[in-house]
Design a protein around this ligand. Structure first.
Ligand code: C2E
Ligand code: MG
Ligand code: MG
Ligand code: MG
Length: 283
């Protein structure tokens, strides 16, 4: 009986394990097969100078068209990939997609255009990080684009390591933007300790412009501070002309958001270049 019971238990545990495994493995396998089946693609959202609205850069944003689930937003699949230890292959795939588009981008974007690429913390600390970055740089047209890596405050937990890494990146000619600024904590300390180039003001702050009679004193203070620290500022999520004007008048350097342009596919970006009126109707 004891033997039988043991065998039964073993079998049950086995089934349970297999069940849990399939559930837990599925998303990972999905991402890998989605890479192979070319279900990921990238869109580019223009980032413009606040002064004259000329393009200064594009932020590269990833998209996944799942055959059954449809469009899965990056906020969902990026954290999925992070949890499955798949952010490195996914980001390497992203780099390959950018490299593939680069010759076409070079034809329509002025030299020196910044390519903003989001990097997740797991990748920043991965062993292959430097090699991946070198490969990205080697795959882009020489001395044409300027790469800006967008990282968030939570990425910089290991301070010493982050400082070294940023030094190395600067040596490679890469700039660093702190993304979604204002959503994390200890942010102000980071600004002083790290050599950052850009600060992207989270759209939560930008949203508030025009909603209140007196605009956020916090935003005012952040802008004063960033200017004193010589950081270049980018406002995210600019949706109205009023917000754009306020930000420009308060010394914000670059604007990004639906009022300027939605994220565009390469084809749309080419069309926008050829026929700006069709795409930039809002301004
Ligand atoms: P993010 O880096 O802060 O990117 C800006 C997000 O704001 C994008 O969402 C963009 O479509 C959206 N957005 C731009 N303008 C406006 C606006 O005027 N109004 C509103 N409401 N939203 C606006 P998206 O593409 O869904 O990406 C969400 C987040 O997913 C990104 O936030 C980024 O953190 C992450 N992400 C996207 N692509 C990648 C990637 O390739 N790698 C990594 N690691 N993360 C990525
Ligand atoms: Mg970003
Ligand atoms: Mg952002
Ligand atoms: Mg954001």
């Amino acid at each position: 009986y004891a033997l039988l019971l043991g065998a039964m238990c073993g079998l049950l545990t086995g089934i349970l394990c297999a069940y849990v495994m399939t559930i837990r493995m599925r998303p990972g396998r999905e991402i890998l097969s989605a890479i192979n089946r070319e279900q990921f693609y990238v869109v580019y959202q223009p980032v413009v100078h606040a002064s004259d609205l000329h393009i200064g850069g594009v932020e590269v944003l990833m998209r996944w068209t799942h055959p059954v689930a449809g469009n899965i937003p990056p906020d969902a699949f990026i954290s999925f990939a992070e949890g499955q230890n798949l952010i490195v292959p996914l980001t390497r795939h992203l780099f390959a997609l950018i490299a593939k588009d680069a010759p076409a981008l070079q034809k329509i974007l002025p030299p020196g255009t910044k390519l903003g690429i989001n990097i997740s913390p797991n990748h920043l600390h991965a062993e292959s990080f430097k090699q991946d970055i070198r490969e990205l740089l080697a795959s882009l047209p020489e001395n044409y684009f300027s790469v800006v890596l967008e990282v968030t405050e939570r990425d910089m937990l290991n301070e010493k390591q982050a400082i070294k890494l940023f030094e190395w990146l600067h040596g490679e000619g890469i700039e660093i933007a702190i993304d979604d600024f204002g959503t994390g904590h200890s942010a102000l300390i980071y600004l002083e300790r790290f050599t950052l180039d850009y600060l992207k003001i989270d759209r939560g702050f930008v949203n508030a412009i025009g909603m209140e009679t007196v605009t956020s004193p916090v935003l005012d203070t952040v802008l004063t501070l960033t200017h004193r620290l010589n950081l270049v500022t980018v406002a995210e999520g600019v949706e109205t002309q009023e917000q754009a004007a306020w930000l420009r008048d308060h010394g914000v350097d670059f604007l990004q958001g639906y009022w300027i342009s939605r994220p565009l596919t390469l084809t749309q970006l080419v069309e926008a270049h050829n026929e700006p009126a069709k795409y930039f109707t809002s301004r």
